[in-house]
Write a new protein. Structure first.
Length: 378
């Protein structure tokens, strides 16, 4: 069977694995043209070794994923029947592996059977019957596998607002550190970011005026508690202007910052989309499956639009995660220097919060007048 890189999510490492096969053409599975292709015929014994090894790697990912599933007759009696579904449906909708714009569950089934023909011969019911993951049965519930108690972000948010703000028992910090470790990213020395401030007096700012506020002066933000200073930057000048909600005729000053030395950050723009699945075994895939929804809720919360009606306590849950990330240490120093997250003010830009403003230098500032603001509504 032939399928291609675009049959898979852009966040899946399978795209990259397929590209290493270095074969291009039109994909009969998703109908994309001039793309990198994967041919499961390479699984044959007499295939070219490197190509066979690559396709075997893709096959192994799915073998490990399927190992956490059981067909319905092998599930505990108290397994919630509403959770039963075909394997292809579960993989298509619950995981972030396949391209949902180009495939559908029947095509996913075809890909699985083509890759795992030996498994289909021995266990066809896993592909053809209804399946489930036995660990979601009440009798097999193991709290140590979950990031959040009851897998409920809203419950964690309520708890940290109104019950226990600093020593929450609603979150498993060991599991949080486990998931964070898959989203490490490096920002190279010399990369440019922007910060914007309204400046209707048109004064020339000093560097400290465009940098993070002094300790004790910072208002509560998405990733910092009141009084704790953090530097919020944007990847694009337009994103920086949009993030401060500048109005027509406002005067703004945009600071251009350069990263002084390579820094290590967490990229939480898509916290539910781990792309290094080839490093996973049964335990990791099980933990990922059980927590995908919670990870998505955290990712969405980080990108939730800021509203004028927001209270400082509305950010407590994401501040908690930020502070925990700040506390993780490596060799004699903090392991992460910042957090990258989606911008709700821009489709192309992203935001970067740095724990320490000394990681960047102001190299330029420019003052501009906002002449036009466009509202898009739906």
């Amino acid at each position: 069977m032939l399928f291609c890189e675009l049959c898979f999510s852009e966040y899946s490492e399978i795209q990259g694995m397929i590209r290493t096969l270095n074969e291009r053409g039109d994909c009969p599975t998703c109908k994309s043209n001039d793309v990198y292709l994967c041919n499961t015929n390479y699984l044959a014994e007499n295939s070219f070794y490197e190509k066979k090894e690559t396709v075997e790697g893709i096959k192994n990912i799915f073998n490990e994923i399927l190992s956490i599933y059981s067909y319905k007759d092998n599930l505990p009696e108290d397994f919630p029947r509403g959770e039963l579904e075909p394997l292809s449906v579960s993989l298509f909708y619950k995981w972030n592996i396949f391209n949902k714009d180009k495939l559908n569950p029947p095509l996913v089934r075809d890909i699985l059977i083509s890759l795992l023909s030996d498994k289909y011969e021995t266990s066809p019911q896993l592909f053809d019957d209804l399946v489930g993951v036995k660990e979601i049965s009440p009798s097999m519930h193991d709290p140590s596998l979950f990031l959040l108690n009851n897998n409920d972000w809203n419950e964690f948010t309520r708890s940290i607002k109104y019950k226990n703000r600093f020593h929450s028992q609603q979150i498993n910090l060991k599991n949080l550190e486990f998931f964070l470790s898959f989203f490490e990213e490096t920002v190279a020395s010399g990369e440019i970011f922007f910060r914007c401030r309204i400046n209707n007096s048109q004064q020339k700012f000093r560097e400290k005026d465009l940098s993070s506020p002094p300790d004790g002066k910072a208002s509560a933000g998405r990733l910092n508690s009141e009084g704790i200073s953090r530097l919020y930057l944007c990847s694009e000048e337009e994103t920086a202007i949009s993030e401060i909600r500048a109005s027509r005729h406002d005067i703004v000053t945009i600071g251009k910052f350069e990263v002084s030395e390579k820094i290590r950050i967490l990229d939480l723009t898509h916290f539910d989309q781990i792309n290094t699945l080839s490093s996973f075994g049964y335990d990791e895939f099980l933990k990922y499956y059980l927590n995908i929804q919670a990870l998505k809720q955290i990712s969405d919360e980080l990108a939730r639009p800021v509203r004028s009606s927001d209270k400082a306590t509305d950010y407590l849950a994401t501040q908690y995660i930020s502070d925990f990330a700040r506390s993780i240490t490596g060799e004699e120093k903090l392991y992460y220097q910042g957090i990258k997250y989606r911008s709700t003010a821009s489709k192309t830009g992203f935001n970067l919060m740095l724990f320490d403003s000394s990681e960047v230098n102001l190299i330029y500032q420019e003052t501009k007048s906002i002449s036009y603001v466009k509202y898009i509504f739906g």
